[in-house]
Write a protein that binds this ligand. Structure first.
Ligand code: FAD
Ligand code: FES
Length: 346
Protein backbone atom coordinates (compact mmCIF):
# COMPACT_ATOMS: atom_id res chain seq x y z
CA UNK A 1 0.00 0.00 0.00
CA UNK A 2 1.11 3.54 -0.75
CA UNK A 3 1.73 5.82 2.25
CA UNK A 4 1.49 9.60 2.00
CA UNK A 5 2.82 9.94 5.56
CA UNK A 6 6.41 11.13 5.47
CA UNK A 7 8.77 10.06 8.26
CA UNK A 8 9.66 13.21 10.25
CA UNK A 9 13.09 14.54 9.38
CA UNK A 10 15.87 14.06 11.98
CA UNK A 11 17.24 17.26 13.48
CA UNK A 12 20.87 18.26 13.07
CA UNK A 13 22.78 18.97 16.30
CA UNK A 14 26.04 20.90 16.11
CA UNK A 15 28.26 20.36 19.16
CA UNK A 16 30.47 23.46 18.96
CA UNK A 17 32.82 22.40 21.76
CA UNK A 18 33.57 19.14 19.89
CA UNK A 19 33.42 20.57 16.35
CA UNK A 20 31.03 17.74 15.56
CA UNK A 21 27.57 17.22 14.06
CA UNK A 22 25.03 14.46 14.55
CA UNK A 23 21.45 13.79 13.52
CA UNK A 24 18.73 12.99 16.07
CA UNK A 25 15.54 11.17 15.08
CA UNK A 26 12.32 12.77 16.38
CA UNK A 27 11.70 9.97 18.91
CA UNK A 28 15.26 9.91 20.34
CA UNK A 29 16.69 11.95 23.17
CA UNK A 30 19.86 13.91 22.63
CA UNK A 31 21.67 11.55 25.03
CA UNK A 32 20.52 8.43 23.13
CA UNK A 33 21.71 9.91 19.85
CA UNK A 34 25.11 10.95 21.26
CA UNK A 35 25.73 7.52 22.78
CA UNK A 36 24.70 5.84 19.53
CA UNK A 37 27.38 7.94 17.80
CA UNK A 38 30.05 6.71 20.24
CA UNK A 39 30.23 10.08 22.04
CA UNK A 40 30.90 9.36 25.73
CA UNK A 41 28.38 11.89 27.06
CA UNK A 42 28.42 11.55 30.88
CA UNK A 43 25.19 10.11 32.34
CA UNK A 44 24.22 8.21 35.48
CA UNK A 45 20.46 7.76 35.59
CA UNK A 46 18.98 8.52 32.14
CA UNK A 47 15.72 9.51 33.91
CA UNK A 48 16.37 13.18 34.67
CA UNK A 49 17.34 12.87 38.31
CA UNK A 50 21.15 13.05 38.60
CA UNK A 51 22.03 16.11 36.48
CA UNK A 52 25.17 14.46 35.06
CA UNK A 53 24.15 14.80 31.39
CA UNK A 54 23.78 18.58 31.33
CA UNK A 55 24.64 20.50 28.15
CA UNK A 56 24.39 24.13 27.15
CA UNK A 57 21.67 24.91 24.60
CA UNK A 58 23.00 27.77 22.45
CA UNK A 59 20.34 27.73 19.74
CA UNK A 60 17.23 25.79 18.74
CA UNK A 61 14.17 24.22 20.35
CA UNK A 62 13.79 21.09 22.50
CA UNK A 63 10.88 19.33 24.17
CA UNK A 64 11.68 18.08 27.67
CA UNK A 65 10.40 14.72 28.91
CA UNK A 66 10.75 16.07 32.46
CA UNK A 67 11.74 19.64 33.28
CA UNK A 68 15.47 20.30 33.76
CA UNK A 69 14.35 22.76 36.44
CA UNK A 70 13.73 19.81 38.80
CA UNK A 71 17.46 19.10 38.90
CA UNK A 72 19.49 22.05 37.66
CA UNK A 73 20.12 25.24 39.65
CA UNK A 74 18.43 28.49 38.64
CA UNK A 75 21.71 30.06 37.41
CA UNK A 76 22.45 26.94 35.31
CA UNK A 77 19.01 27.15 33.70
CA UNK A 78 19.40 30.84 32.90
CA UNK A 79 22.82 30.09 31.38
CA UNK A 80 21.02 27.67 29.01
CA UNK A 81 21.89 24.32 30.61
CA UNK A 82 19.45 21.45 30.02
CA UNK A 83 19.48 17.65 30.47
CA UNK A 84 20.44 15.59 27.41
CA UNK A 85 18.54 12.51 28.65
CA UNK A 86 15.31 14.53 28.79
CA UNK A 87 15.79 16.59 25.61
CA UNK A 88 13.97 15.72 22.38
CA UNK A 89 15.27 18.13 19.71
CA UNK A 90 12.39 19.90 17.94
CA UNK A 91 14.56 21.89 15.52
CA UNK A 92 18.21 21.88 14.50
CA UNK A 93 20.28 22.68 17.62
CA UNK A 94 23.60 24.23 18.48
CA UNK A 95 24.95 23.05 21.82
CA UNK A 96 28.16 23.15 23.86
CA UNK A 97 29.59 20.88 26.56
CA UNK A 98 31.66 21.92 29.57
CA UNK A 99 34.33 19.23 29.16
CA UNK A 100 35.73 17.45 26.10
CA UNK A 101 34.23 14.04 25.43
CA UNK A 102 36.19 10.84 25.14
CA UNK A 103 35.15 8.51 22.39
CA UNK A 104 33.74 5.11 23.30
CA UNK A 105 32.05 2.16 21.67
CA UNK A 106 28.78 3.22 20.03
CA UNK A 107 25.68 1.96 21.83
CA UNK A 108 23.97 -0.72 19.71
CA UNK A 109 21.00 -3.05 20.14
CA UNK A 110 21.49 -6.83 20.39
CA UNK A 111 18.80 -9.54 20.39
CA UNK A 112 19.49 -11.74 23.44
CA UNK A 113 18.27 -14.92 25.14
CA UNK A 114 18.38 -15.80 28.85
CA UNK A 115 20.59 -18.91 29.12
CA UNK A 116 21.02 -19.08 32.93
CA UNK A 117 19.48 -17.51 36.02
CA UNK A 118 20.79 -18.86 39.32
CA UNK A 119 20.54 -17.52 42.87
CA UNK A 120 23.75 -16.08 44.29
CA UNK A 121 22.08 -15.17 47.61
CA UNK A 122 18.47 -14.61 48.79
CA UNK A 123 17.94 -11.44 46.73
CA UNK A 124 20.51 -11.59 43.89
CA UNK A 125 20.37 -13.68 40.71
CA UNK A 126 23.33 -14.35 38.43
CA UNK A 127 21.75 -13.67 35.05
CA UNK A 128 23.50 -14.88 31.89
CA UNK A 129 22.24 -13.76 28.52
CA UNK A 130 23.55 -14.79 25.11
CA UNK A 131 23.72 -12.22 22.33
CA UNK A 132 23.47 -12.82 18.58
CA UNK A 133 27.02 -11.40 18.18
CA UNK A 134 29.90 -10.28 20.42
CA UNK A 135 29.69 -6.96 22.25
CA UNK A 136 32.76 -4.87 23.18
CA UNK A 137 32.71 -2.99 26.47
CA UNK A 138 34.93 -1.67 29.21
CA UNK A 139 34.64 -3.31 32.66
CA UNK A 140 32.59 -0.97 34.88
CA UNK A 141 30.11 -0.16 32.09
CA UNK A 142 26.51 -1.33 31.96
CA UNK A 143 23.75 -2.50 29.60
CA UNK A 144 20.06 -1.70 29.28
CA UNK A 145 17.89 -4.83 29.23
CA UNK A 146 14.40 -4.64 27.70
CA UNK A 147 11.57 -7.14 27.70
CA UNK A 148 8.65 -6.62 25.31
CA UNK A 149 6.19 -7.10 28.19
CA UNK A 150 7.74 -4.41 30.44
CA UNK A 151 7.69 -0.69 29.81
CA UNK A 152 11.19 0.77 29.36
CA UNK A 153 14.67 -0.68 29.80
CA UNK A 154 16.40 -1.61 33.09
CA UNK A 155 20.12 -0.93 33.64
CA UNK A 156 22.57 -3.63 34.78
CA UNK A 157 26.35 -3.48 35.12
CA UNK A 158 28.49 -6.15 33.49
CA UNK A 159 29.65 -8.41 36.32
CA UNK A 160 32.81 -9.62 34.57
CA UNK A 161 35.74 -8.44 32.46
CA UNK A 162 35.54 -9.89 28.93
CA UNK A 163 38.55 -11.75 27.56
CA UNK A 164 40.03 -9.76 24.65
CA UNK A 165 37.54 -6.91 25.24
CA UNK A 166 34.35 -8.52 23.93
CA UNK A 167 31.88 -11.27 24.77
CA UNK A 168 28.77 -12.94 23.38
CA UNK A 169 27.61 -14.22 26.78
CA UNK A 170 26.99 -11.50 29.34
CA UNK A 171 26.78 -11.89 33.11
CA UNK A 172 24.81 -9.61 35.44
CA UNK A 173 24.08 -9.65 39.20
CA UNK A 174 20.41 -8.68 39.46
CA UNK A 175 19.03 -7.68 42.87
CA UNK A 176 15.33 -8.14 43.55
CA UNK A 177 13.56 -4.82 44.11
CA UNK A 178 10.20 -5.77 45.64
CA UNK A 179 7.45 -4.07 43.63
CA UNK A 180 9.80 -3.62 40.67
CA UNK A 181 8.33 -4.79 37.36
CA UNK A 182 11.45 -6.44 35.87
CA UNK A 183 12.87 -8.03 39.00
CA UNK A 184 9.46 -9.26 40.28
CA UNK A 185 9.18 -10.99 36.88
CA UNK A 186 12.74 -12.40 36.93
CA UNK A 187 12.46 -13.73 40.48
CA UNK A 188 8.88 -14.94 39.92
CA UNK A 189 9.48 -18.10 37.85
CA UNK A 190 11.53 -20.10 35.35
CA UNK A 191 12.80 -17.67 32.69
CA UNK A 192 15.29 -19.69 30.62
CA UNK A 193 14.90 -19.14 26.88
CA UNK A 194 13.19 -15.74 27.25
CA UNK A 195 14.08 -13.34 24.45
CA UNK A 196 15.06 -9.79 25.34
CA UNK A 197 16.91 -6.87 23.87
CA UNK A 198 20.24 -5.58 25.18
CA UNK A 199 21.40 -2.03 24.40
CA UNK A 200 25.06 -1.39 25.30
CA UNK A 201 27.65 -0.32 26.25
CA UNK A 202 26.70 2.59 28.53
CA UNK A 203 28.49 4.44 31.31
CA UNK A 204 31.88 5.81 32.23
CA UNK A 205 32.73 3.89 35.43
CA UNK A 206 36.11 2.28 34.66
CA UNK A 207 39.56 1.38 35.97
CA UNK A 208 41.79 4.44 35.98
CA UNK A 209 45.49 4.16 35.17
CA UNK A 210 47.14 4.77 38.56
CA UNK A 211 49.56 3.16 40.97
CA UNK A 212 47.65 4.31 44.08
CA UNK A 213 46.17 1.67 46.41
CA UNK A 214 42.58 0.83 45.42
CA UNK A 215 39.81 1.23 47.97
CA UNK A 216 36.71 -0.49 46.58
CA UNK A 217 33.43 -0.03 48.44
CA UNK A 218 30.39 -2.02 47.27
CA UNK A 219 26.90 -2.54 48.62
CA UNK A 220 24.64 -5.45 47.55
CA UNK A 221 24.76 -6.09 43.80
CA UNK A 222 27.08 -3.05 43.54
CA UNK A 223 29.77 -5.73 43.74
CA UNK A 224 29.12 -6.53 40.03
CA UNK A 225 31.09 -3.71 38.33
CA UNK A 226 33.69 -3.74 41.12
CA UNK A 227 34.42 -7.42 40.34
CA UNK A 228 34.64 -6.54 36.64
CA UNK A 229 37.10 -3.71 37.33
CA UNK A 230 39.21 -5.86 39.68
CA UNK A 231 39.28 -8.70 37.13
CA UNK A 232 40.50 -6.25 34.51
CA UNK A 233 43.17 -4.87 36.87
CA UNK A 234 44.38 -8.41 37.57
CA UNK A 235 44.49 -9.23 33.84
CA UNK A 236 46.62 -6.10 33.34
CA UNK A 237 48.99 -7.33 36.06
CA UNK A 238 48.16 -4.52 38.50
CA UNK A 239 50.62 -4.24 41.35
CA UNK A 240 48.59 -2.05 43.74
CA UNK A 241 47.26 -2.94 47.17
CA UNK A 242 43.48 -3.43 47.32
CA UNK A 243 41.00 -3.06 50.15
CA UNK A 244 37.54 -4.31 49.24
CA UNK A 245 34.83 -3.21 51.70
CA UNK A 246 31.61 -5.06 51.00
CA UNK A 247 28.31 -4.19 52.66
CA UNK A 248 25.56 -6.81 52.88
CA UNK A 249 22.55 -7.24 55.14
CA UNK A 250 23.37 -10.64 56.66
CA UNK A 251 25.90 -13.44 56.25
CA UNK A 252 23.44 -15.16 53.91
CA UNK A 253 23.55 -12.10 51.64
CA UNK A 254 27.33 -12.36 51.07
CA UNK A 255 28.09 -13.76 47.63
CA UNK A 256 30.99 -14.18 45.16
CA UNK A 257 33.17 -15.22 48.12
CA UNK A 258 35.03 -17.90 46.13
CA UNK A 259 35.67 -15.49 43.24
CA UNK A 260 36.94 -12.86 45.67
CA UNK A 261 39.27 -15.41 47.34
CA UNK A 262 40.59 -16.48 43.91
CA UNK A 263 41.16 -12.85 42.93
CA UNK A 264 42.97 -12.14 46.22
CA UNK A 265 45.14 -15.28 45.85
CA UNK A 266 46.20 -14.22 42.36
CA UNK A 267 46.79 -10.53 43.16
CA UNK A 268 50.33 -9.13 42.84
CA UNK A 269 50.08 -7.00 46.01
CA UNK A 270 48.23 -7.15 49.37
CA UNK A 271 44.48 -7.72 48.92
CA UNK A 272 42.21 -7.31 51.94
CA UNK A 273 38.52 -8.24 51.82
CA UNK A 274 36.34 -6.80 54.61
CA UNK A 275 32.69 -7.89 54.58
CA UNK A 276 30.43 -5.70 56.74
CA UNK A 277 26.98 -6.86 57.86
CA UNK A 278 24.26 -4.35 58.71
CA UNK A 279 21.42 -6.66 59.86
CA UNK A 280 23.11 -9.82 61.14
CA UNK A 281 21.41 -11.05 64.31
CA UNK A 282 23.27 -10.11 67.52
CA UNK A 283 23.04 -13.83 68.46
CA UNK A 284 24.90 -14.98 65.35
CA UNK A 285 28.48 -16.27 65.71
CA UNK A 286 29.63 -13.73 63.04
CA UNK A 287 32.92 -12.23 64.20
CA UNK A 288 33.49 -9.86 61.28
CA UNK A 289 32.57 -6.19 60.99
CA UNK A 290 29.02 -5.01 61.67
CA UNK A 291 27.15 -1.81 60.89
CA UNK A 292 27.22 0.34 57.79
CA UNK A 293 30.00 -0.35 55.30
CA UNK A 294 30.83 3.37 55.31
CA UNK A 295 31.70 3.22 59.04
CA UNK A 296 34.69 1.05 58.17
CA UNK A 297 36.34 3.77 56.10
CA UNK A 298 37.65 5.43 59.28
CA UNK A 299 39.53 2.20 60.12
CA UNK A 300 41.60 2.24 56.93
CA UNK A 301 45.15 3.51 57.41
CA UNK A 302 46.46 5.94 54.74
CA UNK A 303 42.97 6.23 53.27
CA UNK A 304 43.72 9.75 51.93
CA UNK A 305 46.26 8.21 49.52
CA UNK A 306 43.78 5.69 48.05
CA UNK A 307 41.95 5.77 44.77
CA UNK A 308 38.32 4.89 45.51
CA UNK A 309 35.76 2.93 43.47
CA UNK A 310 32.25 3.09 44.91
CA UNK A 311 29.18 1.23 43.73
CA UNK A 312 25.76 0.33 45.07
CA UNK A 313 22.63 2.02 46.42
CA UNK A 314 22.73 5.83 45.88
CA UNK A 315 22.51 6.60 49.62
CA UNK A 316 25.52 4.37 50.38
CA UNK A 317 27.57 5.86 47.55
CA UNK A 318 26.69 9.45 48.58
CA UNK A 319 27.71 8.77 52.19
CA UNK A 320 30.94 7.00 51.19
CA UNK A 321 31.85 9.92 48.95
CA UNK A 322 31.21 12.40 51.75
CA UNK A 323 33.30 10.41 54.26
CA UNK A 324 36.18 10.00 51.78
CA UNK A 325 36.24 13.70 50.89
CA UNK A 326 36.30 14.59 54.61
CA UNK A 327 39.15 12.10 55.07
CA UNK A 328 41.19 14.05 52.52
CA UNK A 329 40.72 11.87 49.41
CA UNK A 330 40.80 14.10 46.33
CA UNK A 331 37.54 14.30 44.34
CA UNK A 332 39.49 13.21 41.23
CA UNK A 333 40.51 10.02 43.03
CA UNK A 334 36.88 8.94 43.55
CA UNK A 335 34.92 7.05 40.88
CA UNK A 336 31.31 6.27 41.70
CA UNK A 337 28.43 4.38 40.14
CA UNK A 338 24.97 4.77 41.70
CA UNK A 339 22.34 2.08 41.16
CA UNK A 340 19.42 4.46 40.63
CA UNK A 341 15.99 3.12 39.76
CA UNK A 342 12.56 4.50 39.01
CA UNK A 343 11.95 5.35 42.66
CA UNK A 344 14.65 8.04 42.29
CA UNK A 345 13.03 9.60 39.17
CA UNK A 346 11.43 12.95 40.06
C1 FAD B 1 23.92 2.55 35.67
C2 FAD B 1 23.15 1.57 36.51
C3 FAD B 1 23.64 0.28 36.70
C4 FAD B 1 22.93 -0.62 37.48
N1 FAD B 1 23.45 -1.86 37.66
C5 FAD B 1 22.79 -2.73 38.46
C6 FAD B 1 23.33 -4.05 38.71
O1 FAD B 1 24.38 -4.44 38.20
N2 FAD B 1 22.63 -4.87 39.54
C7 FAD B 1 21.46 -4.47 40.12
O2 FAD B 1 20.87 -5.27 40.86
N3 FAD B 1 20.92 -3.25 39.90
C8 FAD B 1 21.56 -2.38 39.08
N4 FAD B 1 21.02 -1.14 38.86
C9 FAD B 1 19.71 -0.83 39.43
C10 FAD B 1 18.63 -1.47 38.55
O3 FAD B 1 18.64 -0.82 37.28
C11 FAD B 1 17.24 -1.31 39.18
O4 FAD B 1 17.23 -2.00 40.40
C12 FAD B 1 16.21 -1.88 38.23
O5 FAD B 1 15.96 -0.94 37.21
C13 FAD B 1 14.92 -2.22 38.94
O6 FAD B 1 14.02 -2.65 37.95
P1 FAD B 1 12.57 -3.16 38.30
O7 FAD B 1 11.79 -3.19 37.04
O8 FAD B 1 12.62 -4.38 39.12
O9 FAD B 1 12.01 -2.00 39.22
P2 FAD B 1 11.13 -0.75 38.74
O10 FAD B 1 9.83 -1.20 38.17
O11 FAD B 1 11.95 0.09 37.87
O12 FAD B 1 10.87 -0.06 40.13
C14 FAD B 1 11.95 0.23 41.00
C15 FAD B 1 11.39 0.79 42.31
O13 FAD B 1 10.77 2.04 42.04
C16 FAD B 1 9.40 2.01 42.39
N5 FAD B 1 8.76 2.79 41.32
C17 FAD B 1 8.42 2.37 40.07
N6 FAD B 1 7.92 3.41 39.35
C18 FAD B 1 7.98 4.50 40.17
C19 FAD B 1 7.62 5.88 40.02
N7 FAD B 1 7.11 6.32 38.88
N8 FAD B 1 7.81 6.72 41.07
C20 FAD B 1 8.32 6.25 42.25
N9 FAD B 1 8.68 4.96 42.46
C21 FAD B 1 8.52 4.11 41.42
C22 FAD B 1 9.02 0.53 42.44
O14 FAD B 1 7.97 0.27 43.36
C23 FAD B 1 10.31 -0.10 42.93
O15 FAD B 1 10.44 -0.01 44.33
C24 FAD B 1 21.70 -0.23 38.07
C25 FAD B 1 21.20 1.06 37.87
C26 FAD B 1 21.92 1.95 37.10
C27 FAD B 1 21.38 3.34 36.89
S1 FES C 1 21.60 11.07 33.01
FE1 FES C 1 20.39 12.77 32.60
S2 FES C 1 19.81 13.50 34.52
FE2 FES C 1 20.86 11.65 34.97
Amino acid sequence: MFSFLKKPKPNKVTVTSEARELFVAQDKTLLEAMLAEGMAMPHDCKVGSCGTCKFKLLDGKIRELSPSALVLERDELSAGYRLACQALPRSDLTIALDAPLLSQQAVKNYPATIVAATRLCPDIINLIVELDRPLSFTPGQYADLSLPSIDGPRSYSFAFAPKNGSAKQLQFHVRHVPGGAFTDWLFGGERLGTQMEVAAPYGAFHLKPSKAPMLCIAGGSGLAPIMAILQEARALGANRPVILLYGARTKAHLYCLDEISALAADWNAPFEFIPVLSEESPDSPWEGARGLVTQQIAEIPDRAQCEAYLCGPPAMVDLAEEVLLKAGVSRHAISADRFLDRSSAR
